[in-house]
Ligand binder design. Structure first.
Ligand code: ADP
Ligand code: 5GP
Length: 204
């Protein structure tokens, strides 16, 4: 069965990264598309694992080379999806998860209409603020910028096929995995088996 391309968007602090890590730990047929960014690494983030951390010049060179499936500017930094890794994972039958913001998500959906789009929301904005503060990786000023950005992102929520409320983490991860499982079983994605049965039925 071939893998699917899944976009996970959501306000900063909603818990996308945390959910992703849980899925990657608990299931072995997922791959995370490592993005390229000009933002500085947070403590604990690894180059090549969380992001490819690059300079603005390196990012712009990659745009020139046509190396991105999509890219966008988010709160004063560039973020983009390198093509090669996504292609190699899909070819290997993995499901690829892209943790990207709404502008990039819409670019991918346009290029690959079969992409599954999931929007992760926190149980409330008060909880979102508490999570961002609790993460302790951004200044108060940047946190407010990101919450302000959430207001703009909310306008695009209707473009997404699924909403996952990340209240209880275990529940949210199970829901996300159920969505992927259901999508993999869509008629269009099971063509190989259906073809095989069709051939076999010819000799019955
Ligand atoms: P995002 O990737 O969406 O910006 P993170 O995954 O970094 O968000 O999560 C933001 C903060 O919220 C982190 O400190 C994380 O530990 C915490 N968090 C994530 N999911 C939950 C949850 N279900 N319940 C409580 N805290 C959570
Ligand atoms: P953060 O700085 O918190 O890691 O990410 C900020 C925002 O950038 C999040 O909404 C995240 O989903 C988004 N993002 C991360 N990588 C990419 C990417 O490759 N492309 C786009 N368009 N957005 C990305």
């Amino acid at each position: 069965m071939k893998g699917i391309l899944l976009i996970m968007s959501g306000f900063s602090g909603a818990g996308k990264g945390t959910l992703l890590k849980k899925l990657l730990k608990e299931y072995d047929d997922y791959a995370f598309s490592v993005s390229m960014t000009t933002r500085a690494p947070r403590p604990g983030e690894e180059d090549g694992k969380d992001y490819f951390f690059v300079t603005k010049k390196e990012f712009e060179d990659n745009i020139e080379k046509g190396g991105f499936y999509e890219y966008a500017s988010y709160c004063d930094n560039y973020y983009g999806t390198p093509r090669e890794y996504v292609d190699s994972c899909l070819n290997a039958g993995m499901s690829v998860i892209l943790d990207i913001e709404v502008q990039g998500a819409l670019q991918i959906k346009k290029k690959f209409p079969e992409t599954v789009m999931v929007f992760v929301v926190p149980p409330s904005i008060a909880e979102l603020r508490a999570r961002l503060k609790g993460r302790g990786t951004e200044s108060d000023e940047v946190i407010e910028k990101r919450i302000h950005r959430a207001k703009e992102e909310f306008e695009f929520i209707k473009e997404y096929e699924y909403i996952v409320v990340n209240d209880d983490l275990d529940e949210a991860a199970k829901t996300l995995n159920s969505i992927v499982t259901a999508e993999k079983h869509k008629n269009v994605n099971t063509n190989q088996t259906v073809k095989l049965i069709e051939d076999e039925l010819k000799s019955v």
